[in-house]
Design a protein around this ligand. Structure first.
Ligand SMILES: NC(=O)c1ccc[n+]([C@@H]2O[C@H](COP(=O)([O-])OP(=O)(O)OC[C@H]3O[C@@H](n4cnc5c(N)ncnc54)[C@H](OP(=O)(O)O)[C@@H]3O)[C@@H](O)[C@H]2O)c1
Length: 334
């Protein structure tokens, strides 16, 4: 195996122009980052962060050349760590993977054992990666509102529902039989395409306000986009309500009033799925594979490695209401 060549997507930065280029190419095991476990990858996925990895100046990749792909699952093919054996099904999300440590958009990955979650042998790898980083992030967000006291009849608003994290948040909330799920979409066309699926579908403009506080509409907001979208939601949060925030796709900064925090006691909870402990990840995955199993209840598209470059260039169109997984069977040439 050591001399074998295999396929991987490699992004590199041109030293003169600083432009980032990507290429599907044959590489060797010497090109992989260090680790004590080698995994034959079955599936990776495309998250917004992976899309950024292909862009110049996005600041996601910390070392070039790099194999992007912040998550993957597959089967152990070589290990010097006693906790794993050849044939184990494993999952990896976050930490340095696909950022400064070669990632999941390849036939093989080599990673430290401390980043890997061992899966039961009967676990469906396709389901695991249909969740991936997005599913873990969504589960962590839902977990926070449950810990905060969310009930079946709580008024809940979700943003970013046409994307990976948001669509899975909705799927988990429905699995939990939450009765009052509202969503926020970009425009009327999106509202029409989701009609009859939610209690209320708000178009972003409808919730824009210059007031520091207005009607108390939502007990919980699960925000996946940040920026001005999140700014506009804080005035609508009910007394002692909770907002989770995991994304910055609509902007990194908030220009907000302190009043909802000190007069209504609202709370804003940040979600990180990348650097939490492996133990915390395992707990959430256990939940996603058992009580919160949402297989088949959210949209998942499947692509191959040679379709990735097109997909990241046409992300909004390709993503189409949910998740994109990358199926990686043995590829002998590219
Ligand atoms: N904290 C963490 O650990 C963590 C983990 C995973 C993801 N994230 C973050 O979570 C966010 C969502 O990730 P994802 O993988 O689900 O992305 P995604 O699949 O690309 O979905 C993005 C969602 O954001 C919406 N959106 C895009 N631009 C927007 C804008 N300017 N204003 C309002 N909404 C906008 C999209 O709506 P349209 O369809 O209308 O474009 C879509 O619903 C990203 O910021 C990502 O970096 C964070």
């Amino acid at each position: 195996m050591k001399n074998e060549l295999f396929s991987a997507i490699v992004v590199s930065k041109n030293a003169d122009t600083q432009e980032v280029q990507s290429e599907l190419k044959r590489i060797s095991f010497d090109d992989l980052s260090e680790g004590d476990v080698i995994v034959k990858i079955a599936y990776s996925s495309l998250n917004y962060k992976d899309v950024l990895a292909f862009q110049s100046n996005a600041g996601v990749i910390r070392r070039y050349p790099m194999i992007p792909g912040v998550d993957f699952c597959g089967v152990v093919v070589e290990t010097s760590n006693q906790q794993f054996k050849v044939g184990d099904k494993v999952l990896c999300t976050g930490y340095d993977v696909g950022v400064s440590h070669t990632g999941g958009l390849a036939e093989y990955a080599r990673v430290p054992a401390k980043w890997l979650i061992k899966l039961e042998q009967d676990t469906l790898l396709e389901y695991v990666m249909s969740l991936g980083t997005a599913g873990l992030t969504a589960a962590l967000s839902v977990n926070e509102i449950i810990l905060a006291g969310a009930k079946k009849d709580s008024e809940i608003l979700v943003t970013g529902i046409t994307g990976g994290v948001g669509s899975i948040v909705v799927a988990i909330l429905k699995k939990l039989k939450m009765e009052n799920i509202s969503v926020l979409v970009r425009n009327k066309e999106q509202r029409d395409s989701y009609s009859n699926k939610f209690e209320h579908i708000y178009v972003r403009k409808e919730l824009e306000t210059k007031k520091a506080m207005t009607h108390q509409k939502f007990d919980y907001v699960m925000d996946c986009v940040g920026g001005v979208v999140l700014e506009n939601l804080l005035p609508w949060i009910s007394y002692r309500g909770v907002v989770t925030t995991c994304g910055n796709i609509a902007g990194n900064y908030l220009n907000i009033s302190i009043l909802p925090f000190i007069l209504r006691g609202i709370r804003l909870i940040g979600i990180d799925s990348v650097n939490i402990t492996l133990e915390e990840k395992k707990n959430m995955w256990q939940q996603l594979l058992t009580d919160w199993n949402i297989a088949g209840t959210f949209s998942v598209g499947k692509l191959s490695l040679d379709e990735v470059e097109y997909a990241v260039k046409n992300w909004g169109k390709v993503r189409n209401k949910g998740r994109i997984i990358i199926s990686i069977p043995d590829i002998k040439k590219c």
